[in-house]
Design a protein around this ligand. Structure first.
Ligand code: PEP
Ligand code: MG
Length: 883
C-alpha cells in the first residue's frame, strides 16, 4: 500500500511531527482536542523529499491527493475554490519538523482572482477589504512563487499613495486598490513573462511547489546551519481555510505566549493588531499593541484566549507560542508551538513547571540545553549611576552589548570578520538579515514588537536585542541614525541593554554575570543526579573562587606557567632561563620560590580542602623570552643609528644567543612538559618545594589541603617513574626539615598517544590520570592545535570531511578509543586510579556525555563552563537510566 502524502487536520496528531512538521502536527492535535482551528490539511515532509527527489516536480500521487483533500475541504466549509458566490480562500504555509520562524515562505488569500474578488466584496459588503486581500495575494504570489522583489510592489503602492496624497495603507480606498491590482498584474506579466494565474487550482499547485522550494532558500540554509538542523528533512506544507483579521475593528490578529519568553514570568504575554492580517505582526512592519489591551477592546475574546492558552500549556506541558486571529468577534487559533525563549526564561519556566507539578525534575533537566546555561551568564553593564539612556525601545532579548553601529547585515558581517564588535541598526530585520544578526553583538531596530523576527531570532541565538525603538530615524543609505537631537554615523559606538531596552551613547563597561535563583535550583537538582564530578581549570585564586561559586568541586588543572607570565615575575623567570650555570639557575629559582609558594597558598585557601591539581611547568622555555626576530631587528636598528652602548650590546647578544639556542623547529613536540622537568629537575624541585611550603602554611592555619601533583606530557612510564622519585624526594626532605607531613597524590596527564597505549604500565606509577585532550587530539590526528583551526579545519567541517571540529567536540572514534583503552588498562593495574579530563572538551556537552559513558570520575573546565558541565553530567546520567 502506498503511504498517504496528505492528511486532513482531523486525521493527524501531535506524535506525527516527523511527518506533518511541527505546525501540522499541532494543528491536528488542536483540532483533535476541539479547539477553534480553521479546517485544512497537511502535505507531508515525505512529499517534500519526493518533490526534490523527482527533480522539483510535484509527484503525481501528491497532485491527486491534493485535489481529493481540496474536495473534502470544500465540502466541509461549504465554500469552493474559484466560486464567486462562495469562494474558498486558503493560506499555504511551510511547517518543518524543527521550527524555523520566518525562514520559509507563506501565501495568504489564495483562491482570489478577478471574479472571486467581486464575490468576496459582495459577500462581505466590504469591497475595500476584498481588494486589499487580492492585492496582498498578488504581492505575495509575485514574491514567493515568481521570485519578484517584494520592494518593487511596495514601490508601486507607495506611488499610488503619494499621488492620492495619502500616508497610511489603510487610507487607500477600494478604487485605489483596484488600480494598484491592475498595475501589479501588469508588472508581473512584464517581469515574469506570464500572467498572474486566474485559475485558483493553478495558484494552489504553484504555491505548494514554491513553499517546498523555500526549504532551500539562502536564509533557511543559514538558519539550519546555525541550529544544526539536517538539510535533507524537507518541510511540510499546511493548507488551511482563511480567516480574516482585517475585516474591521472587530477583527484582529496576534501572537500570544503563555509565559513571558524573555523572562519566563508566568503571565500571558504577546501582541496584537486590530484590523490586520496574519504576517503584519510577526513581520514587524507595524508596531503592535500589548496583549493586555485586548482585554479592553474585546473582553470575551481575551477571556477565551486566556483559557485556551492555559489548556494548551497543560496539554503540551510547556510554554506555548500561539498565533490567533479574530474574525468579526470570533476567535480562531492558527498555530501553537513550544515557544522560543531566552536561556533565562527557559530555566525559569522549567523550574516553575516542576513547582507547578506539570513536569518532573528529570524532565526539567533534560529540557535545558547545556549551552543555554552558558548563555545565561550574560554580561551586564556595570553600575550606571546617573547615566541617562539616549533612547529606549522594547527589551526583546536580554544581555548587554557594546559596539560600533552598522546599517546592513552585509556590513555587520564584514566588520565582524575584521574583528570589530558591531551593533546592527535596522528599521526592522527580515530573515534575509540573519547572517548580520549572527555576526553582530547586538541588534537595534526602530520598528517591530517583541515577537518580530529580529526578537525571535536574537533570543534564539542569545544575542542582546532591542526592538521598536520608534524614536530612531534611520537612514540606511547615508548610514546614519538620528534621535534626541543627535546623529550617529556608521562606526560610532553605542551600548544596548536588551534586558531593559535602554540604548546608551558610547561604550559602557561590562561586569561579570551571576546565576539566577532558578538556575541555582535547577543545578542543585542536577547535582543530585549526576555521577561525574565537576572541577575547574583555574590558575588564580580569583578564578578558583568564581568557579566555586558556580559549583566547582576542585581544581582539575592549574597551569603553573601562567603564574610566571606577569610583569613582576617574568624578569626573574628570564633570569632563570638565561642562567649559564646550575648555580646561577638555582639562585633565580630561589627568588621564584616564595612567589610560587604564595600562588599555591592563594589556591589552597580559595579551595578550602577541595582537591587542587597542580601541573608542573609545561610549555617550552622559549615562550618566556622575547621573540628572536624582534631582538635581531631591534639590535640592527640600534647599530644603524650608532646607538651602541657596549654593555647593552653584549647583553643583547647574549639574549639572541640564548633565544637561538632555545628555538625549536617544532616546539609543541619539543622540549616541554616532563622533558623539561627531567632535563632541568631543579625547576620541578622548586615547584614541589613551593607546594610543600604552601601546604604546611595552610595546615598550620587550620586550612585543609588536598594536593595532586600532575606531570605533563608523559609518553613513557620511566618519565613518570623518575619524576615521581624527584617529587617524593623533595616532599620527604620537606617533611624531615619541617616535621610536617602533607598528604599528596602524584599523577599524570594522558596527552601523548603512547601514554594512552601503555596506560597499564603508567598506571603502576600514577595515583591519577587526567586526559589532556587538547594535546591528545593534536597528537592523535597529527593536527597542530595552533594552526589547524586557522588553516584547514574550518574547510574540513564545512565540506563534511570531519563531522565536527575535534578540538571542540571530542572525537569519540579516534581520541575516544584511546581514552577508553587507557581508562580500562589503567584501572586494571591500579583499581584505585582516579580518572579525569582537563582538555577543553571537559566543558563541552557531547564530550561530557562520553566521559560519563567511559566512567571517568570528573571533568574539569573553565569557570564559566562549570554550570554547563553540571547540567550536562546530569543529562548523561538521565540518558543512561532511560536506555
Ligand atoms: C591538554 O593538552 O589538553 C591540556 C589540558 O594541556 P594544555 O592545553 O595546557 O596543553
Ligand atoms: Mg597539554
Amino acid at each position: 500500500m502506498t503511504v498517504k502524502t496528505i492528511y486532513s487536520f482531523a486525521e493527524g496528531k501531535a506524535e506525527w511531527k516527523e511527518l506533518l512538521g511541527g505546525k501540522g502536527a499541532n494543528l491536528a492535535e488542536m483540532t483533535r482536542v476541539g479547539l477553534p482551528v480553521p479546517p485544512g490539511f497537511t502535505i507531508t515532509t515525505e512529499a517534500c523529499r519526493r518533490f526534490f527527489a523527482e527533480g522539483e516536480q510535484l509527484p503525481e500521487q501528491v497532485a491527486r491527493e491534493l485535489r481529493e483533500a481540496l474536495d473534502d475541504l470544500q465540502e466541509q466549509t461549504g465554500k469552493w475554490l474559484g466560486n464567486p458566490d462562495a469562494p474558498l480562500l486558503l493560506s499555504v504555509r511551510s511547517g518543518a519538523v524543527h521550527s524555523m520562524p520566518g525562514m520559509m515562505d507563506t501565501i495568504l488569500n489564495l483562491g482570489l482572482n478577478d471574479d472571486t474578488v467581486e464575490g468576496l466584496a459582495k459577500q462581505t459588503g466590504n469591497p475595500r477589504f476584498a481588494y486589499d486581500c487580492y492585492r496582498r495575494l498578488i504581492q505575495m504570489f509575485g514574491n514567493v512563487v515568481l521570485g519578484l522583489d517584494h520592494f518593487r510592489f511596495e514601490q508601486i503602492m507607495e506611488r499610488h499613495k503619494q499621488v492620492a496624497g495619502l500616508r497610511l495603507d489603510t487610507e487607500l480606498s477600494a478604487k485605489h486598490l483596484q488600480a494598484i491590482i491592475e498595475e501589479y498584474q501588469g508588472f508581473i506579466l512584464e517581469k515574469s513573462k506570464r500572467p498572474f494565474p486566474q485559475n485558483p487550482l493553478e495558484q494552489l499547485r504553484q504555491a505548494v511547489e514554491a513553499v517546498f522550494l523555500s526549504w532551500n532558500n539562502a536564509r533557511a540554509r543559514v538558519y539550519r546551519k546555525i541550529h544544526r538542523i539536517p538539510d535533507d528533512l524537507g518541510t511540510a506544507v499546511n493548507v488551511q481555510a482563511m480567516v480574516f483579521g482585517n475585516r474591521g475593528n472587530d477583527s484582529g490578529t496576534g501572537v500570544a505566549f503563555t509565559r513571558n519568553p524573555a523572562t519566563g514570568e508566568q503571565k500571558l504575554y504577546g501582541e496584537f493588531l486590530l484590523n490586520a492580517q496574519g504576517e503584519d505582526v510577526v513581520a514587524g512592519i507595524r508596531t503592535p499593541r500589548p496583549i493586555g489591551e485586548l482585554a479592553e477592546s474585546m473582553p470575551e475574546v481575551y477571556e477565551e484566549l486566556m483559557m485556551i492558552a492555559k489548556r494548551l500549556e497543560l496539554h503540551y506541558k510547556d510554554m506555548q507560542d500561539i498565533e490567533f486571529t479574530v474574525e468579526q468577534g470570533k476567535l480562531y487559533i492558527l498555530q501553537t508551538r513550544n515557544g522560543k525563549r531566552t536561556a533565562q526564561a527557559a530555566v525559569k519556566i522549567a523550574v516553575d513547571l516542576v513547582n507547578e507539578n506539570v513536569i518532573n525534575r528529570e524532565e526539567a533537566l533534560m529540557r535545558i540545553e547545556p549551552e543555554m546555561i552558558e548563555r545565561l551568564l550574560h554580561r551586564q553593564f556595570a553600575e550606571l549611576g546617573e547615566r541617562k539612556p539616549w533612547v529606549k525601545g522594547l527589551p526583546a532579548s536580554p544581555g548587554a552589548a557594546t559596539g560600533r553601529i552598522v546599517f546592513s547585515a552585509d556590513d555587520a558581517e564584514r566588520w565582524a570578520k575584521a574583528g570589530e564588535a558591531v551593533i546592527l541598526v535596522r528599521p526592522e530585520t527580515t530573515p534575509d538579515d540573519i547572517h548580520g544578526i549572527l555576526a553582530a553583538k547586538g541588534i537595534l531596530t526602530s520598528r517591530g514588537g517583541m515577537t518580530s523576527h529580529a526578537a525571535v531570532v536574537a533570543r534564539g541565538m542569545g544575542k542582546a536585542c532591542i526592538c521598536g525603538c520608534e524614536e530612531l530615524r534611520i537612514d540606511g543609505k547615508r548610514k546614519q541614525v538620528t534621535a534626541a537631537g543627535q546623529t550617529l554615523h556608521e562606526g560610532d559606538r553605542i551600548s544596548i541593554d536588551g534586558g531593559t531596552g535602554m540604548v546608551y551613547l558610547g561604550e559602557l563597561p561590562l561586569i561579570e554575570p551571576m546565576l539566577s535563583a532558578e538556575c541555582e535550583e535547577l543545578l542543585a537538582w542536577a547535582d543530585e543526579v549526576r555521577r561525574l564530578q565537576v572541577r575547574t581549570n583555574a590558575d588564580t585564586p580569583e578564578d578558583a573562587k568564581k568557579a566555586r561559586a558556580f559549583g566547582a568541586e576542585g581544581i582539575g588543572l592549574c597551569r603553573t606557567e601562567h603564574m610566571f607570565m606577569d610583569a613582576g615575575r617574568l624578569p626573574v623567570m628570564q633570569k632563570m632561563i638565561m642562567a649559564e650555570t646550575l648555580a646561577e639557575r638555582k639562585e633565580a629559582l630561589e627568588e621564584l620560590l616564595p612567589m610560587q609558594k604564595e600562588d599555591f597558598v592563594g589556591l589552597f585557601r580559595a579551595m578550602e580542602g577541595l582537591p587542587v591539581t597542580i601541573r608542573l611547568l609545561d610549555p617550552p622555555l622559549h615562550e618566556f623570552v622575547p621573540d628572536l626576530e624582534e631582538l635581531v631587528v631591534s639590535q640592527a636598528k640600534r647599530e644603524s643609528m650608532g646607538d651602541v652602548d657596549p654593555q647593552q650590546r653584549k647583553q643583547q647578544e647574549q639574549w639572541i644567543k640564548k633565544v637561538r639556542a632555545l628555538s625549536e623547529a617544532n616546539p609543541m613536540l619539543g622540549h616541554r612538559g616532563c622533558r623539561l622537568a627531567l632535563t632541568y629537575p631543579e625547576i620541578a624541585e622548586m615547584q614541589v618545594e613551593a607546594i610543600g611550603l604552601a601546604a604546611a602554611e595552610c595546615l598550620s592555619q587550620g586550612i585543609p589541603v588536598q594536593v595532586e601533583i600532575m606531570v605533563p606530557l608523559v609518553g613513557h612510564v620511566n618519565e613518570l617513574k623518575r619524576l615521581r622519585q624527584i617529587i617524593e624526594g623533595v616532599l620527604a626532605r620537606h617533611k624531615a626539615a619541617n616535621g610536617s607531613s602533607i598528604a599528596f597524590r602524584v599523577g599524570t596527564m594522558i596527552e601523548v598517544p603512547r601514554a594512552a597505549l601503555t596506560a597499564d604500565e603508567i598506571a603502576a606509577e600514577a595515583d591519577f590520570f587526567s586526559f589532556g585532550t587538547n594535546d591528545l587530539t593534536q597528537m592523535t590526528f597529527g593536527y597542530s592545535r595552533d594552526d589547524a583551526e586557522g588553516k584547514f579545519l574550518h574547510a574540513y567541517v564545512e565540506e563534511k570531511i570531519l563531522p565536527e571540529n575535534p578540538f571542540m567536540v571530542l572525537d569519540r572514534d579516534g581520541v575516544g578509543k584511546l581514552i577508553r583503552w587507557a581508562a580500562e588498562q589503567g584501572r586494571k593495574t591500579n583499581p584505585q586510579l582516579k580518572l579525569g579530563i582537563c582538555g577543553e572538551h571537559g566543558g563541552e556537552q557531547k564530550s561530557i556525555q562520553f566521559c560519563h559513558e567511559v566512567g571517568l570520575d570528573y571533568v574539569s573546565c573553565s569557570p564559566y563552563r562549570v554550570p554547563l558541565a553540571r547540567l550536562a553530567a546530569a543529562q548523561a546520567e538521565i540518558a543512561r537510566r532511560s536506555q
